[in-house]
Design a protein around this ligand. Structure first.
Ligand code: NAD
Ligand code: DAU
Length: 332
């Protein structure tokens, strides 16, 4: 049994990870989360209080972080400003949390010699052409496009430097696009599902040809636990489940699964600098650590996610109008 500190555990993937840890291990979890607009304590409702505790605070608060690192065996670092569109609007919080916040945690990991796992994204590698047979691997050069992805790339490089220069016992994972329960309505799939529930037409950026490599958040969680338990210190692992889909196909599938006409969507202003395609080659994780994804039927996973948003309107409704007002101001 281990004592884990999970940063960003009230966010989308962090909360899915805490649920996964409680269901599949004997570990105890302390969540450190600032509860920004993206954090929601309700995402942790129902978890056993003797296994999961919650601390509201900032990962850039060195005094708080130092105190929390005294009593844990490992840290899994999900906390971030995570949305590309917000980073185009106001990059500053991305620097504060993704760079300074990660630096603050690394200094504490160094001081207390705590095992550290850093959660990152495939976006650090930039994008691929639609017809490129290549996929991202652990040796693909970094080439981030947005303020969000460049701060994530910067945070990855900090982790690598703290491993090499200070001997911090860290690993890194770079995952593709996640879907599943507890995802904020600003993101693509929940935005379109909740639009259809509200009678609003889904919104596709540009022509909808952009490709994302979808993975269920629970598969991301199992991969992270695998790396935490068996990963090689200093190593980077790419996480992906061979789930490439273009955005148009995803919107049409959502509409079909929600009994609406497949063409009942609008094309809207494209995202500046919009990455064309992401695709992950997760061979290292699968062959060296023996990990396999469980949710490989995207249609079934999406149908279950739609059901979750239908059943949990109280969870997402408070954020919906503000998100749509923000997008409307951008012509999206
Ligand atoms: P999210 O925006 O849903 O959640 C982020 C969480 O971090 C929120 O609970 C927020 O309150 C918290 N937070 C933000 N700033 C903080 C701070 N300064 N101190 C403490 N807590 C803070 O994000 P997500 O989609 O769950 O992403 C989690 C991680 O996974 C991020 O590091 C992201 O880069 C990475 N990632 C996301 C995806 C994806 O598809 N969403 C894919 C690959 C990697
Ligand atoms: O690849 C991993 C990344 O996936 C993570 O690092 C990020 O934290 C996460 O937000 C996600 O980034 P994307 O920018 O790919 O996700 P988003 O949900 O914002 O958009 C997915 C695709 O859908 C993208 O091509 C933009 C498009 N889109 C998005 C929205 C919100 C639309 O066409 N319409 C929309 O309304």
């Amino acid at each position: 049994m281990a004592r884990l500190l999970v940063t960003g555990g009230a966010g989308f993937i962090g909360s899915n990870f805490v649920h996964h840890v409680v269901a599949h291990t004997d570990d105890s979890v302390t969540v450190l989360d600032k509860l920004t607009y993206a954090g929601n304590r309700a995402s942790l409702a129902g978890l056993p209080e003797d296994r999961v505790s919650f601390v509201e605070g900032d990962i850039a608060d060195a005094e708080l972080v130092d105190a929390l690192f005294r009593d844990v065996d490992a840290v899994v670092h999900f906390a971030a400003e995570s949305h590309n569109d917000n980073s185009l609007n106001d990059p500053r919080p991305f620097l504060d949390t993704n760079i300074i916040g990660t630096y603050t945690l690394l200094e504490a990991a160094r001081k207390h010699d705590v095992r550290f796992h850093h959660i990152s994204t495939d976006e650090v590698y930039g994008d691929l052409e639609l017809d490129d047979p290549a996929r991202f691997t652990e040796t693909t050069p970094y080439n981030p496009s947005s303020p969000y992805s460049s701060t994530k790339a910067g945070s990855d490089l900090l982790v690598r430097a703290w491993v090499r220069s200070f001997g911090v016992r860290a690993t890194i994972s770079n995952c593709s696009n996640n879907y599943g329960p507890y995802q904020h309505v600003e993101k693509f799939i929940p935005r379109q599902i909740t639009n259809v529930i509200r009678g609003i037409r889904p919104k596709l950026y540009g022509t909808g040809e952009n490709v994302r490599d979808w993975i269920h958040a629970d598969d991301h969680s199992s991969a992270v636990l695998t790396i935490l338990e068996r990963g090689q210190i200093g190593q980077t692992y790419l996480i992906g489940a061979d789930g490439e889909q273009n955005n148009k196909d995803v919107v049409e599938l959502i509409l079909e699964l929600m009994d609406a006409p497949r063409d009942a969507y609008d094309l809207v202003t494209d995202r500046p600098g919009h990455d064309l395609r992401y695709a992950i080659d997760s061979t290292r994780l699968r062959t060296e650590l023996g990990w396999q994804p469980r949710y490989q039927d995207f249609r079934a996973g999406l149908a279950a996610t739609i059901e979750w948003y239908r059943d949990n309107e109280a969870w997402w409704a408070p954020a919906k109008d503000g998100v749509e007002a923000f997008y409307a101001s951008k012509g999206q």
